[in-house]
Design a binder for this molecule. Sequence first.
Ligand SMILES: Cc1cc2nc3c(=O)[nH]c(=O)nc-3n(C[C@H](O)[C@H](O)[C@H](O)COP(=O)(O)O)c2cc1C
Length: 354
Amino acid sequence: MTLETTYLGLTLAHPIIAGASPLSATLDGIRRLEDAGAAAIVTATLYEEELVAQEEALEAVAVVGAESHPEVTSYLPPLRGYRNPRAAHVETVRRAAESVSVPLIASLNASTQEGWTRMAAELEAAGVAALELNLHRVPTDPAETSTHIEQQLLETVREVCASVTVPVAVKLGPHFTAPVHLAHALAEAGAEGLVLFNRFYEPDIDLETTTFRPTLESSTREDIRLPLMWMALLAGKVPLSLGASGGVEEAAEVAKYLLAGADAVLTVSALLRHGPGHLTHLVGGLTEWLEGHGAASVAEIRGRMSAHRLAHRELLLRAQPTRTLLLECPCQISRKASPECKPSSAQRVRHLAG
Ligand SMILES: Cc1cc2nc3c(=O)[nH]c(=O)nc-3n(C[C@H](O)[C@H](O)[C@H](O)COP(=O)(O)O)c2cc1C
C-alpha cells in the first residue's frame, strides 16, 4: 500500500496536509504538526496589513518616548530585543524550515504588489518548499468590475511567480463567477496549484451590544460539499495541482476529496478540535478505507469521480432538486419511508405534502 502523492511538484508520504492556522504560527506548533504525521505544513498567513500596523504602533511608542523630553535619548534605553514583526515571522519560518523534514509551505497575504513580491522573496529565502498565496480581499467599490478584480489577482500571481523559483499555490475563496476560466488563467500566470476553498471571517451582530463581532467558526463535515463539487469539476480539466480544503472531519472526507480528484487534502478545523494527533487517525483511516475498497494506492482512486470521468455528471451541475431526483428515492414511490432511505429535506417536504 502506498499513500504517496505529488502536490506542487513535491512528493508527499500521504495526501494529508496541516493547513494554514494558528497551529502553524509558531516553531513549536509546526514541530508538533510534523510529529503528529502531517505530510506537509502550511504556515499561518503572514499578513502585510497586520505587520504594517504593528510596525507603526511600535514606531509610535518609540517616537513618543524619544520626544517626551529633550534629554530622553540619554537615559531611555534603546528598544532592546525589538525586532521588526516581519523579520520575526520570517525568522520563525526559517527556523521551522530548517528543523522539519516535511515540506513547509509559507502562506502570505499582502495589500500592495510590492508587498507581495517582497514577502514572497523573503519567505523563499527562508527556505520554504513552496508558497501559498492567500488571495483575499473584500471588493466594495461599485465602480470596480469582476474583470478588473480578476485581472489584479492574476497580475499579483504573475509577479510573485516571476520573482520566485519555488512552486506557488493560490488559495481562493468560493465566490468567483467563472472558477474554471480563472483556474486556467492562474495556471497561465505561473501558478502551480490551487487550494479550494479558504474560510474567512463572517462577522455577526451581537444583539446585546449592537456591534459587529468577527467570527471565524470552525467547519463541520457538511462544509465539504461546495469544495468537493468544484474539485470534481476542475480535476483533470486544469493543469494545476489541486489542494482540497474544507470540512475534513474523518478519513471519509479525505477519501471523497481524493475520489473527486484532489492531489492533497488540507485540514484545520478538525486539528483545532481534536489536536494535531488527529492527523495519525486520519492517515490510519484512509489506509483502512483504501484496503477495504481493494485499492493499493492513492493514485488508484484519485479522480475516479471527477466530472470528466463520470458517465452522468448532471448531478454536479444541477442547481435545484428536480421531480426526477425526488422520485428516485424509494420512499417517494411507495410513499412509505423505508429504513434504508434517508430522505433529503426536499424529499421530506414532498412526504409532508403527501
Ligand atoms: C481559526 C482559523 C484560522 C485560520 N487561519 C488561516 C490563515 O492564517 N491563512 C489561511 O489561508 N487560512 C486560514 N484559515 C482557513 C483554513 O486554512 C482552511 O482553509 C479552512 O478553515 C477550511 O478548512 P477546515 O474545514 O479544515 O477548517 C483559518 C481557519 C481557522 C478556522
